[in-house]
Design a protein around this ligand. Structure first.
Ligand SMILES: *[C@@H]1O[C@H](CO)[C@@H](O)[C@H](O)[C@H]1NC(C)=O
Ligand SMILES: *[C@@H]1O[C@H](CO)[C@@H](O)[C@H](O)[C@H]1NC(C)=O
Length: 500
């Protein structure tokens, strides 16, 4: 990446620079890497003019050098302020919301930040503020960016160029508190400068255990407000010491138009999944298998062990079922097949006489635009997590009218009910055994109960369909983008009014 020394804009110094993988080389200044990928994305899809404009934005964002700019010598000779004024004099005088999130990463925070931005963009009526976005909080994935729908990409490029004055900006740091200024790991800091330089700074976060650790509490209390998505978080954050007056519940939208079962044909799962255990049922060829789908990062928290235990104890090869796991690594390698085989060998599950029921792993990247078709190919969605912040795949599956079986604890209790899903009861609370949150508590979902529910869903297809229908209705009624856009807009407008 260009240092302070080589001042030419990239579009001049590297006219043929269209090769994104150079970013992967870790020789770049870390703090700049988030900027780089969005810029490259712009180069790939857009003219060099817009790239240059975006680079200009960085300088016009503030008349002061920010932490970032100082640190990496990013500060160019200050452009004439009149130039930016002349481009858009009106926009410079109005309030701004700078939403900073892992927009380019994929994963939970990424998809939920998109859901807010799209909701605001499409449904904000007569807004008294502009919206700007910046990538922050996690590494970027070119794969994820490329899999976004075209209109989302266009919106990203447009909002990335919104010009804001620091003192008129409300910053939303949408990430885990460890990413907030000063960040505990290499990321574009949020807020991008001292807290008091901005009109207001909001931390938008959540957590998956029964408490928030002391450092995160401190980071939350540095914020003017802390937005959390559920009642579960309101109580765990306050009980852990976050100032109650700062904590605001802001539910999360689900794009019920995008995740609409009537719009899609199912993906062909058999061509995507790798059979890692058991075999397909030979004599049931005439009847389609009943497909359970689960989507998760490969971590213990997600309860994949619980899922495998319940599934393999309850079903055998002749039951006409299949379990598809869409998973990706989380501090682990990709050899999920071996991990599953090893797990099964190490547990006391008795191999059925008829042979194991089939387990398939999908470890290829499924583009965001293909996700609805993946859900469409399943008959039920299962996720026996030990703890969830919100549970994006759960609400996506529910919007797709799938019957959902999920642990009845933590974030998902915000939307799971006996009418719209199969809440999975919890045997007991258990301690987190490793990592920075060792000693926190989370839930142990019941293996026996999960067996019963999976069998029930398969044997009572009409009941399951009713739950699925109710699930979609509840998603539309409570979490539609227009509803959440109004909630978010109200809160932001209240802050703006309070401050002026
Ligand atoms: C922000 O600062 C600019 C100049 O630095 C000033 O013109 C403007 O009035 C300020 N806005 C607010 C809301 O204080
Ligand atoms: C789910 O949890 C709620 C409390 O959060 C409880 O009232 C309800 O009975 C539970 N349902 C099941 C099926 O365990």
């Amino acid at each position: 990446m260009e240092s302070h020394g080589s001042q030419q804009p990239i579009n001049q110094s590297q006219p043929n620079h269209t090769y994104p993988l150079t970013v992967a080389k870790k020789t770049l200044v870390f703090y700049l890497s988030s900027v780089v990928v969005l810029l490259l994305a712009i180069i790939l899809g857009f003219s060099k003019t817009s790239f240059y404009k975006t680079q200009q934005l960085k300088y016009s964002f503030s008349s002061h050098p920010t932490y970032l700019q100082t640190l990496v010598g990013f500060l160019q000779p200050t452009p004439e302020p009149q130039i930016t004024n002349a481009i858009n004099p009106i926009s410079l005088s109005s309030s701004c919301v700078l939403w900073m999130a892992p927009f380019l990463s994929g994963g939970g925070y990424s998809s939920e930040s998109w859901s807010y931005i799209l909701a605001l963009h499409e449904h904000k009526k007569n807004p008294i503020f502009k919206v700007a976005i910046e990538h922050h909080g996690d590494e970027e994935s070119i794969e994820f960016w490329e899999g976004l729908p075209k209109y989302t990409k266009n919106l990203a490029l447009e909002l990335h160029q919104t010009e804001c004055r620091m003192n008129e900006t409300i910053v939303i740091c949408h990430s885990e508190p460890g990413a907030w200024y000063p960040p505990l790991f290499e990321t574009f800091p949020c807020p991008p400068g001292a807290y008091q330089n901005f009109k207001s700074v909001i931390g938008r976060t959540m957590f998956e255990t029964d408490r928030v650790n002391a450092d995160h509490v401190k980071r939350c209390n540095q914020m003017d407000y802390v937005w959390v998505p559920t009642e579960f978080h309101v109580s765990t954050f306050i009980d852990s010491g976050v100032e109650p007056s700062k904590v605001v519940k802001i539910i999360q939208p689900i794009d019920v138009k995008f995740f609409d079962p009537l719009k899609y044909k199912p993906l062909d799962l058999s061509s995507l999944g790798t059979l890692v255990l058991g075999s397909t049922t030979q004599n049931l060829k005439l009847k389609k298998e009943f497909i359970f789908l689960s989507i998760f990062k490969w971590e213990y928290r997600k309860g994949w062990d619980v899922l495998l235990k319940s599934y393999l104890k309850e079903f055998s090869r002749v039951d006409g079922v299949a379990l598809y796991l869409l998973t990706n690594p989380y501090h682990s390698d990709r050899d999920f097949g071996n991990k599953i085989v090893e797990f099964v060998e190490d547990t006391d599950i008795e191999k059925p006489v008829a042979g194991w029921a089939p387990v398939y792993v999908i470890d290829t990247h499924i583009a965001q635009i293909d996700l609805p078709r993946l859900y469409k190919a399943a008959d039920a969605f299962v996720l026996p997590s030990r703890g969830e912040g919100w549970g994006r795949p759960l609400v996506e599956a529910m919007a797709m009218s799938l019957p959902v079986i999920a642990t009845n604890w933590s974030g998902p209790t915000e939307y799971l009910s006996e009418e719209n899903s199969y809440p999975l009861s919890v045997d007991r609370m258990s301690q987190v055994m490793e990592g920075p949150f060792k000693g926190h508590l989370w839930a142990e979902p019941s293996v026996d109960r999960l067996q019963v529910l999976m069998r029930h869903v398969m044997n009572n297809v009409e009941d399951a369909k009713d739950k699925g229908r109710q699930a979609r209705m509840d998603m539309i009624r409570r979490f539609s983008p227009e509803i959440v856009a109004e909630i978010v807009t109200d809160h932001i407008e209240n802050i703006i009014k309070k401050m002026s």
